[in-house]
Design a protein around this ligand. Sequence first.
Ligand code: EAX
Length: 328
Amino acid sequence: MKKMLPILLSVLFVVVLNLAHTSPSSAKDKIVLKLGHPSSTIYPAHIGALKMADEAMKRSNGQIEIQVFPMSQLGNERDLAEGIKLGTVDIAIISNMMISNFAPAAAVFDLPYFFKDPDHLLRAAMSPTGQEIIKTYEAKVGKVLAYYRNGPRSVYNKIRPINTPDDLKGLKLRVVQNKGLLATFQTLGAVAMPVPFSEVYSSLQQGVIDGAENDPETVLGMKHFETVKYYSLTNHFTHLNYVFINKNRWKKLTPAHQQIIAEAALVSQEAEAEYQKKSFSDSIQKLKELKIVINELDRAPFVAKVKHLWDDVPAEYAGYVADLKSID
Ligand code: EAX
């Protein structure tokens, strides 16, 4: 019996420990949310995602863990949007350009040369009209937790620098799977080819396309610079990436946890914007160091060619375009 005592005591100890661990209730159970996005780890949205994860962890005393998966590890951008809709993905960062395939009113944010810069676009998105449009995303995709600002985007390719719209003639350019961007580059005279983001590098490498259009962080972070020579500052487009959460996942969270996640997302929105302002110019500088030829150009002829697209949106959204035009 004497020998048994330490064993009995240690068993008792373990039982007590376990009780202490599981009580008072399941409120202490860890909540793990997986977050996916298509971009690289230097992309502003990735930095935003890490900040959101960090804030949620801190504010919940370690109870909420958001695991971040970059580079389409949880699926390409379209899969992520489908996944948010169906509930197979918890959280994802998805561009407005992809959302237009699900919520058609989003197309009014896809107009070339419409917004001056990412801050201007955010002001438009926060206006009553902008919010009316973004409200439709909840029914069609998922709940929007934050707005990440990206861009402006420009054209890069392996053949020649772009100075005038004529220089785009015959160039095989990857565009996002999005009607507005497709129409923009067709109007400008390029051979516009929709290619999923995750396949752009291999398409460039194999010569399926001559170039693409994106922000400098993507040209750098996704290593597209390895396959092209010229980055021409067309600055034709700026877009929002939204942090989405699946609606059922959201509903199952307690109000306290919802509040923590919503606040963490908003803090990350500002962190993303701050990082983006610097990463944009830093990436241009790095591309120069990597011997990519970067050229400024006169944007007026590009604007003149595509501006009619602002009036080509479906009639039911013409009022939205008029409203957003008035936002400074
Ligand atoms: O925003 O497809 C693209 O070029 C987008 O920039 C990307 O998915 C993330």
